[in-house]
Design a protein around this ligand. Structure first.
Ligand code: ADP
Length: 259
C-alpha cells in the first residue's frame, strides 16, 4: 500500500457528552505521521464538525434548522482542525485542510483543481485533512441525514486519488453477520468480496436511517471501492494505532476486497 485514505467518524472523535477525544486525535496523528515517515501518502477524511460545534455552544441536541447546523459546522470545523494541527505538530507532521462538496467532483475543471491540490500536498509529504464543507453545502445536509456522514465522500476521494486502500474507522470492530447491538451472538465477518441485498439486509436494509446506525453508508462506500477494484477495511477507531496493525497485515476488522 502506497497511497491510503483513512476515514474517521464522529463517534470516534467526539465523546457522547460532546467533548473532543484528544487521545484518539493524538493516536491518529501518531499513526498517520508514522506512515508518512515511511514514505506513504495519507489522506484523512474526518467528520465531527457539527458535534464539536454543539459542544462549543453547550447545546445538547442537534438543531433541526439547516442554517443552525451550518453555523455549528463553521464553529466546530475550526476547532477540529486546530486540534489536528496541534497534535500532528507534535510529530512534526504538516497538514492541509480541504473542505469539499460532492459537486466538486462533478465538474471536470473543479475536479482537476482538487486532484492537483491533493497531488501537490502529497508530494510535499503533507497530510490533507478532508471534510464536507457543511457550512455552505445546503443539499449535503439532507444528503447527510439520508445517507450519513462522510462515508461516501471518503470512497469518492479514494477512487479519485487512486488510493490502494480505504481504512474506515468506526465505533465497531468490523462488519457482523447481525447487528451486534441487538444480537449478542453476532459474528465478525473477516472478508467480503461482494455486496448484495443480503449484505444490506444485515446492516438494517438499504436506506433505513434510524434503526441501525450508519452501517448502510459504510457498505455503500465499500461498494464504490469494490466496483473500482479497490480495497476497504472497516475497523474500530477506539485506538487508531490499529491503522499500523492493518498495514502490517494483522487480521483485524472486515476486509472488503475484490476476488
Ligand atoms: P460512525 O459514527 O463511526 O460513522 P455509525 O455509528 O454511524 O459509525 O455506524 C456503526 C454502527 O452500525 C455500529 O455501532 C452498529 O451499531 C451498527 N450496525 C448495524 N448493523 C451492523 C452490522 N451488521 N455489523 C456491524 N455494525 C452494525
Amino acid at each position: 500500500v502506497k497511497r491510503l485514505v483513512v476515514k474517521v467518524g464522529t463517534s470516534s472523535l467526539v465523546y457522547p457528552t460532546g467533548g473532543l477525544n484528544l487521545r484518539v486525535i493524538d493516536q491518529l496523528a501518531f499513526a498517520l505521521s508514522t506512515l508518512c515517515g515511511q514514505g506513504k501518502e495519507v489522506i484523512l477524511v474526518s467528520s465531527g464538525a457539527i458535534g464539536v460545534g454543539l459542544n462549543a455552544l453547550r447545546l445538547k441536541e442537534r438543531p433541526k434548522e439547516i442554517s443552525e447546523q451550518q453555523a455549528l459546522a463553521s464553529i466546530g470545523q475550526s476547532k477540529l482542525i486546530t486540534m489536528f494541527n496541534q497534535r500532528f505538530a507534535h510529530y512534526n507532521q504538516t497538514i492541509g485542510q480541504l473542505l469539499l462538496t460532492h459537486d466538486v467532483f462533478d465538474f471536470p475543471a473543479s475536479n482537476q483543481h482538487v486532484m492537483d491540490t491533493f497531488d501537490r500536498l502529497l508530494a510535499k509529504h503533507v497530510v490533507p485533512i478532508v471534510n464536507e464543507n457543511d457550512s455552505i453545502a445546503v443539499d449535503e445536509m439532507d444528503h447527510r441525514t439520508k445517507f450519513g456522514d462522510n462515508d461516501q465522500l471518503s470512497a469518492i476521494v479514494a477512487t479519485h486519488v487512486d488510493a490502494d486502500l480505504l481504512i474506515m474507522l468506526s465505533d465497531i470492530e468490523g462488519f457482523y453477520d447481525q447487528n451486534p447491538l441487538t444480537h449478542d451472538d453476532a459474528q465478525l465477518i473477516p472478508t467480503i468480496h461482494e455486496i448484495n441485498d443480503d449484505t444490506y439486509a444485515v446492516a438494517g436494509g438499504r436506506g433505513s436511517r434510524y434503526g441501525t446506525g450508519g452501517m448502510v453508508t459504510k457498505l455503500t462506500a465499500a461498494e464504490i471501492m469494490l466496483k473500482d477494484n479497490r480495497q476497504m477495511v472497516l475497523a474500530s477507531g477506539k485506538d487508531p494505532a490499529i491503522i499500523l496493525d492493518i498495514l502490517a497485515g494483522k487480521p483485524v476488522g472486515t476486509w472488503f476486497t475484490p476476488e
